[in-house]
Design a protein around this ligand. Sequence first.
Ligand code: PEP
Ligand code: MG
Length: 754
Amino acid sequence: MRELSAGPRVLLRRLRELMAEPLEPQERLDRIVRQIASNMVAEVCSVYVLRSDGVLELYATEGLNPDAVHLSQLKMGQGLVGTIAASAQPLNLSDAQAHPAYRYLPETGEEIYHSFLGVPILRAGRSLGVLVVQNKAQRTYREDEVEALETTAMVLAEMIATGELKTITRPGLELDLTRPVTIEGDSYNEGIGLGHVVLHEPRIVVTNLLNDDAEAERARLAEALGSLRISIDDMLSRREVSMEGEHREVLETYRMFAHDQGWVRRMEEAIHNGLTAEAAVEKVQSDTKARMMRLTDPFMRERMHDFDDLANRLLRQLTGFSGSSIESFPNDAIIFARAMGAAELLDYPRQNLRGLVLEEGAVTSHVVIVARAMGIAVVGQAAGVVALAENGDPVIIDGDDSRVHLRPMPDVQKAYEEKVRLRARRQEQFRALRDVAPVSTDGQKINLLMNAGLLVDLPQLAESGAEGIGLFRTELQFMIASTMPKVDEQEAFYRNVLKQVKGRPVTFRTLDIGGDKVLPYFRSHEEENPALGWRAIRLSLDRPGLLRTQMRALLKASAGGDLKMMLPMVTEVAEIRAARDLLQKEVQHLSKFGHSLPRRFQFGAMLEVPALMWQLDELMEEVDFVSVGSNDLFQFSMAVDRGNARVSDRFDPLGKPFLRILRDIVRAGQRHSTPVTLCGELAGRPLSSMALFGIGFRSVSMSPTAIGPVKAMILQLDIGKLAAELNAYLDQDGPGESGREFLTRFAEENGIPV
Ligand code: PEP
Ligand code: MG
């Protein structure tokens, strides 16, 4: 076996000189392959670059037929080169032609070479191309030669990533780095956003690749690893962390990785081969990522994220990098993140946000709730999207269709521009209705309210033309806080809300936590059926201190004004009485200490649990108003989990059973002259809100974006006519039209926009 003529350090030094020389890209590439071939005593050295059409094209060669350059090509997964790119793994073969994937390319004249070593050219775990050396003699390349070639491939990755090869790419073709990709995820909020990628965890770009002094770099790495380990131990020893199971587990994993000898050894080897400490961290990170990205086991993928986080921390230590690498924040930002906290999203300038793309998340995750409040499109569960994107890449997020189009082709871009224009025109029409009263053609006035929960929602009140806030979900503010908000903080927050709504009514719902609404600082127990568990008013009555604090804050914030408060998830009327007793105590307490109280006070309950249907008369007598939480009432009436996509659409809320339930509630309200409103998602869709007016609702609360479309529907609706037909329909039994069919036909026949 022949020895290397010179160590990889010498090679890297030469490459560095070549990179610095003012050369044309092709010339530079040609010299690089010549240099590698001579240094590694190989007869052949070739570079294949991955194009956006999934083809690996020969860009430069020493040893193969020079006429084959830019002609020879292999598809991803095809031949040895395609296999390396697809698997992101090196291939080291003493007899290449014996390998089952071998594919003969006659134009290259490679048949005389037997041994073959190819490594992927990687960036952030993605293959950008393949670097190959070949020899006539049958030999197996040594481990250190593989390592050296991988290190060299990093230099090429950098060259490709900087876009230098664009000028030698044939017209009409693009390199993979600019390849358009469409990723499908889950829609968490509808809407369309056109803009540019902002990576939430910006990629640290290592520009200083090659070292002058391996010993010094090794010392830098050791020092950075030392402080990393100390900082992890530090975090683990903090009291609050030691309490929390999941967070602790992540840190334990970090600690395990940080002490992993294999990881450290591979980084030291890369330094030995000539890389700087940070380039060594990046190289090993990229290799590991490439390997782990192909794993399907969710547990292992999770570990990959942990490992990636740890490597990023180490990179930050070594480069002193902190904060965003984007010099100017785009005014049409679409944030890409693996996962993120709600408060982090609020840190971005809201007016510049067009969308949010998450690799993880769930419809009910806090960040999604906040994004929805901000009115931006959200796509979640978009696997692998962060590694595919670079800061500043053009992107389209389609929250209606659950897709993300990264670096879209011009025709896709055009189609979306048109779609956005249409949407904008529709929004414009709705905006024109902002100051028009929602009165039906037969003169019935509807009270249109909006749902809110955060300060970011409030500007929408004026923009949408809603008459007030029919549901203020107070728990959202608690969910984005890192500790339990104190009474003064709560009071200041509610005061701020009341100030911003400028006299319009707000219905505050007391804390609806538990179930899937978890407070990070409030310990509760694992539950088999959280939706049916210790939540909302149940939890509040068991922890009266929590409810009393909130009541006190609300009473103080609305001193001298109006206060409207309602209780979530009531099951028995007795719960309302118990909560009222707590409120009385607060009122007495405040009066005793000379605080002024609200001028007018209304106390209501949400109707979300079917058991209340058999206490309707008692309920209506007990409260000042009732608000139907149709999301939960439907979930419990039909026994379908609202968060489980498999069953949540199985039954139709516009079917006879649910419409009859809702009608019974309205009628009970009428019997007792108790106002009844509805604040679930049902109110926000024109067809279903039309049905609600037909069965007697005159007040509904919905997301602010729905106000315009619902108002446009009301302006064309003859409620009396609909009521007569719909009631007759609901009174009938037997087969026939479904509720939805009936309503759709009515809308069509009467020219009602739904
Ligand atoms: C409902 O259940 O319909 C409701 C409005 O409450 P939430 O969606 O917050 O559970
Ligand atoms: Mg509810």
